[in-house]
Write a protein that binds this ligand. Structure first.
Ligand code: ADP
Length: 249
């Protein structure tokens, strides 16, 4: 059933800034359970496309469906509640909190009114236990009490993944999870993404092609706001048009 094979789709997705189409008539079908990359040279429209899929931007035209439901006009917070969740960089306020506190806040936002100041201590204990589990899952068990600001670059990215997982995503969207990362952090973050992809769908904008090669089942190549081609890494990386696009910019 093609309706259930694809958890996230875009049809005719277009975003204009003034007269300029940053994303132009893009069709995307993200298969349930896959790790799907959006790649392309600088200015190809990857970030804009990502922001459209995560509802951070509203499309000029086109339709986005999630789990068969038209979400084109649904707000980001509401699609997050449905299980379509993007990672966010830990903002300035949150860098002063500990790793554990960051995950706790994410859990609280997920459970809405479930956890409050006046919650019974048992619930708060459950909350902490769950936060610790998530930190453990991303390899930050010993860093629970470290300030987010004091974590290494790679560990900050891992913490961001933990706060994303707190929202129990069915589809997790990651914007350049390895950007600016030192070589020593690449393998752990790749392994972490592979682990967290189990049982869910991951959409990733990624510049590092060797990461895309090892992690992704399916790759959509964008150029000038349009889909240049789509396929496995072997298929797209041997496509002359893709090679030319990367060399020619
Ligand atoms: P990529 O992520 O692939 O580098 P972007 O989606 O960031 O590409 O940008 C695609 C094109 O749209 C670029 O030419 C960029 O300058 C333009 N663009 C992106 N955002 C805006 C905006 N808010 N206003 C005007 N132009 C934009």
């Amino acid at each position: 059933d093609p309706g259930t094979d694809y958890v996230l789709t875009a049809r005719g997705l277009t975003k204009r800034f003034g007269g300029f189409a940053a994303v132009n008539n893009v069709d995307l079908s993200i298969r349930r359970g896959s790790v799907h990359a959006l790649i392309g040279p600088n200015g190809a429209g990857k970030t804009t496309c990502f922001n459209l899929l995560t509802k951070t931007l509203t499309p000029t035209s086109g339709v986005i469906t999630y789990d068969g439901q038209d979400i084109t006009r649904i707000r980001a917070a509401d699609v997050a509640r449905l299980g379509l969740v993007r990672s966010f960089q830990i903002s300035a306020t949150f860098t002063q909190m500990t790793a554990l506190e960051n995950v706790r806040v994410a859990l609280q936002s997920n459970h809405g009114t479930g956890y409050h100041f006046w919650s019974p201590i048992r619930s708060l204990r459950n909350l902490d236990a769950r936060a610790k589990e998530l930190l453990d899952q991303v390899g930050l068990a010993d860093m629970a009490d470290a300030k987010a600001a004091d974590l290494s670059y790679g560990k900050k990215r891992a913490l961001e993944i933990a706060t994303t997982l707190a929202l129990e995503p069915q589809v997790m969207l990651l914007d350049e999870p390895t950007a600016g990362m030192g070589h020593e952090d690449l393998e752990p973050i790749t392994e972490l993404i592979r682990e967290t992809a189990k049982g869910r769908t991951v959409v990733i904008v990624e510049h590092n092609l060797s990461i895309v090669a090892t992690l992704c089942d399916r790759i959509t190549v964008l150029q000038h706001g349009e889909v240049l081609t789509e396929g496995s890494y072997a298929e797209v990386s041997s496509d002359e048009r893709v090679i030319t696009a990367y060399m020619g910019g």
